[in-house]
Every structure is written in C-alpha cells, then in structure tokens.
Design a protein around this ligand. Structure first.
Ligand code: FMN
Length: 380
C-alpha cells in the first residue's frame, strides 16, 4: 500500500482522479466520508470563509477541484432600510500578504496578513452568489454555505432583531428549499475589538444568537457557529464552546488576534492553541468542524482525533505555487493532492499509520475517517 501511495502521489501531480474519495476507497479501503452541519460529505476538506469565496468563478473552481464544501465570505447583516449596526465590519478589501510567521516556539508557519473584514458589496450581490452556490449544491457539485455576521449588542443593549429578520429572510428566499444552511461568524477582529473585552458579553452572544437566528428565520435552519479565539485563557475558550449547545455545528476556532500589529494571524500558534482547547471540550459536544493552520493530512487527523468531523482551510489554499508538490491544476486541486496523497504527511498515509499503531481498526475491511471523531466522543 505504501508503494502504491508513492506511485499515486507521483502520477496525481498532474491531475487528481475525477472522484478521488472513491479512488481512495477502492485502492486503500479507506472511507474518507465526513460530516458538516449534519450533512454527509465524501471527504472532510472544505474551504473556510474569506477572500477565496467571493465570486462564482472561485466556487466553480472549488467544485472542479473536488472540495467537499465552501463557506462564502461573511456578509454583514442589515435591516430592510439597509442599516448595518456592524457596518464597521463591511470595510473594503486591502492588499493581502501571504507570509511566514514564527510561532512562540520558533516554528515557521504561514499566515495571511490583511486588514480587511467582511463582505463590502451590496446584500443583493451576496444573494446572487448564494443562488449560484445553491445551484452547485443542488447539482451535487459542491456544498456551499453562506456566512453572516449579525448585530452583537453590549450587555445592556437589545439585539437588533430587524437586522436578523431581514437578512435571514433574504438568504432563505435565495436558498429556496429548506433547511437553510448558515454559518455565524464571530471573527478575530471582533475578538480584538473593545466589544469583546467583556466575558459576560461574549457568553451572552453565544447563548442567545443561535436562538435569535432561528426565531428570525422563516424556515428550518441548520446553524454552524464559528467561534473566534477570544483574548482570554483556555478555560474561557472551553466555556465558549459550552455556551451554545443548540448550534448544529461549532467551527473551532478562527484566527488569533495580534493587538500590537492590529491583525489576525495563523500559523503554528493557532493550531497549538486550537488543539489544546479541543482537548478540553467535553466529549458530548458533537458537530465539531476544525479550522486553523491545516496544511497536511496529519493536521486534519489531529483535529479529527479531537472530535472534528470535517475541516475548513483558508491559508493553505493561498500559498505560492512553489509550495505545492503538484505541477498542474488550480490551488484547491494542488492542495488536495498534498493533503490526501502525500506519502508521509497525507491523509491516506496518516490513516494507515493509525491502523498500524492500533488506533483505528477496519470494519468490514475498511478504515473509516469518521471513526476518529466517534472515538473522541466516547467518555474519557
Ligand atoms: C484573508 C482572510 C479572510 C478571512 N475572512 C473570513 C470571513 O470573512 N469569515 C470567516 O468566518 N472567516 C474568515 N477567515 C478565516 C478563515 O476562514 C479560517 O477559518 C482561518 O483563517 C483559519 O484557517 P487557516 O489557518 O487555514 O487560514 C479569513 C481568513 C483570512 C486569512
């Protein structure tokens, strides 16, 4: 199998097989089947919201590459008159820099440095993108999920329900057939904002926002809450995961915030913090989706072993072409090639290692990616 993997890695440098999860199943007897928002996916690798999911061309490229899902750039909620209480997050794009970042322990990783925030074009333009995503989803080509930042009040203030209602109704109309799938973003720039300096205020948002969204939605809604890394200790981060038990999925956890540079960042510090916190999340918490510094199959498995049923990447889809071992194809396609087939650090190699050390066992002759999350959910 190892020799076969070396050969596959070499020959797929030019192009992946059309249905690579099926190839992995037939060749290695590994089921990469994964889950996000309660939906079954052919494999666990999706794209997190950001500048790589802003238009239809990017979605078509993701579908062609074979990503399991793509989360659209985060739109800022508004009321019927177009008022956005969170307008500070609808700022225009600035130049992005993909660069190395040294972690506290000296390891060199990748980060994207950027001072932009959410979607800054009109809600109408966003809805057109949602409709394109809906069509890809219906066609079975790519699961596409919109992302929203809704109004977050200070403790003494009320929620702007008109913004919740108007934006959710517009998204539901664009999506058409229920359930509406939605990710709610609590972003790193929010973590860096004075709004998020108060623990009780953050916990109130997490407790109340899922209910507000559901109450505002005109149809059944499956909701993922993407948690920021708050500027507090690990115990508080774990408390955040416990504060929204009725979210269908928790995306753990968005980038760290560097108060000196005033920017969000990733790299090894991010994966280290996220994995450490996930170690402390009670096994009863289902529906976890990992994000943060994922650049290898081994890192996907590290998140899976802590209960994540799928992952969403961003930075790894933005690296210089010279960083991918593939010689042809779009960045998502080259990324998948490395993530799945790398003979040492890929998903297939990592799953075979877990079989060899007794962590995973075959059922009916197959190894199952989702068994890792299931094991993590068993009482410790
Ligand atoms: C330039 C940039 C823009 C991003 N914009 C969003 C966003 O609009 N909404 C969101 O939920 N996450 C956003 N993210 C976070 C990513 O989706 C991802 O969760 C995070 O970067 C951690 O994964 P990574 O280390 O693979 O990049 C953004 C990240 C970057 C680098």
């Amino acid at each position: 199998m190892r020799a076969r993997l070396e050969r596959d890695f070499e020959r797929f440098r030019r192009a992946l097989p059309r249905d690579f999860p099926d190839h992995v199943r037939q060749t290695y007897r590994i089921a990469l089947t994964a889950r996000y928002l309660g939906l079954t996916l052919p494999h666990p690798i999706g794209k997190g919201a950001g500048q790589l999911s802003l238009d239809e061309r990017q979605l078509a490229e993701d579908a062609r590459a074979g990503l399991a899902f793509t989360v659209l750039k985060t739109v800022i909620a508004e009321d019927a008159a177009g008022t956005q209480t969170m307008a500070a997050w609808a700022s225009p794009e600035t130049r992005m820099r993909v660069e190395r970042r040294l972690a506290a322990d000296g390891r060199s990783g990748w980060t994207v440095t950027w001072k932009g925030r959410g979607w800054h074009r009109s809600l109408a333009a966003y809805l057109a993108l949602v409709r394109a995503g809906r069509d890809l989803t219906r066609a079975g080509a790519l699961l596409v999920v919109p992302s929203v930042k809704y109004h977050l009040p200070r403790l003494a203030e009320a929620f702007r329900e008109d913004e919740y209602r108007h934006t959710t109704a517009q998204l539901a109309a664009a999506w058409r057939d229920p359930p509406l799938l939605l990710e709610k973003d609590f972003s790193p720039t929010l973590a860096g904002d004075p709004l998020a300096a108060d623990r009780d205020q953050i916990l109130r948002w997490l407790r109340e926002v899922p209910g507000r969204i559901r109450a505002a939605a005109p149809c059944a809604t499956r909701l993922a809450v993407k948690l920021m890394n708050a500027r507090f200790d690990d115990a508080f981060q774990i408390a955040m995961t416990a504060a929204c038990p009725d979210a269908d999925a928790l995306v753990c956890f968005n980038r760290l915030f560097d108060p000196e540079q005033g920017v969000a960042y990733g790299g090894w510090d991010l994966s280290e913090r996220n994995l450490r916190v996930l170690d402390g999340v009670p096994p009863t918490r289902r529906g976890l989706c990992g994000t943060g510094d994922i650049g290898s199959g081994r890192m996907i498995l590290a998140y899976a072993r802590r209960g994540c049923e799928s992952v969403q990447l961003h930075t790894f889809f933005q690296l210089p072409l010279s960083e991918y071992p593939a010689t042809h194809g779009s960045r998502p396609e080259r990324a998948l090639h490395a993530l799945v087939f790398h003979p040492r650090d890929g998903l297939v190699a990592g799953v075979l290692d877990l079989e060899a050390d007794g962590t995973l066992e075959r059922r009916d002759g197959e190894l199952h990616f989702l068994d890792l999350a299931t094991r993590a959910h068993q009482p410790r």
